[in-house]
Design a protein around this ligand. Structure first.
Ligand SMILES: [Zn+2]
Length: 145
C-alpha cells in the first residue's frame, strides 16, 4: 500500500504551517497567490512571532488571511495592527492572477464566485456564464466537450 501523499501541497507555504490552529488545514487559494501569502506571513510574523493562523482563502476576489495576533493574550491595538498588515496584501491580491501569479483583475463572469485572473487564465478557468441573459439552468451537469 502506498502511503505517500498524493495531494499537491503548496510547499512554499510550509513556513506557515507551524502557526496553524488546526494543523490539518489545507490552504484554499490558487498557486498564483502562494508567493503573496508567503509575503503576508513574513510581514505578520515579523511583528507577531507567535501569531495564530486560522485560514487562508479567497473571499470576494481578494486574499483573506485570517489570523490572530497570538493564541492567548491580545489587545484590540494588536488586532488593529494585524488587520493593517494583512490589508496591504489583500489589496495587492486584487491585481494578482490567483491561477498563475500574473497581472490579473477581478472577474465577475462566473455565478456565485469572483476571481482575480489574468486574461489567459480567464479563458482557461471553467464556469463562466455564456451571456448576460440571466436564464440560468441550475443543477445540470452536462459534460459534452
Ligand atoms: Zn493567470
Amino acid at each position: 500500500m502506498a502511503t505517500e501523499e498524493t495531494t499537491t501541497r503548496p510547499d512554499v507555504l510550509e513556513p506557515l504551517r507551524s502557526h496553524l490552529r488546526d494543523p490539518s488545514y489545507e490552504f484554499e487559494v490558487g498557486a498564483g497567490w502562494w508567493p503573496l501569502v508567503l509575503q503576508c506571513h513574513l510581514a505578520v510574523v515579523a511583528e507577531f512571532p507567535g501569531y495564530e493562523l486560522l485560514a487562508v482563502k479567497q473571499k470576494l476576489g481578494s486574499l483573506a488571511f485570517q489570523a490572530s495576533p497570538s493564541p492567548a493574550a491580545r489587545t484590540s491595538a494588536e488586532f488593529a495592527r494585524l488587520a493593517e498588515v494583512i490589508g496591504i496584501f489583500a489589496r495587492r491580491s486584487a491585481s494578482v492572477c490567483e491561477r498563475c501569479g500574473g497581472v490579473g483583475m477581478l472577474r465577475r463572469s462566473r455565478p456565485r464566485i469572483m476571481l482575480v485572473l489574468c486574461h489567459a487564465c480567464e479563458s482557461l478557468v471553467p464556469g463562466r456564464r455564456r451571456a448576460a441573459a440571466g436564464a440560468a439552468v441550475p443543477g445540470r451537469a452536462v459534460s459534452s466537450g
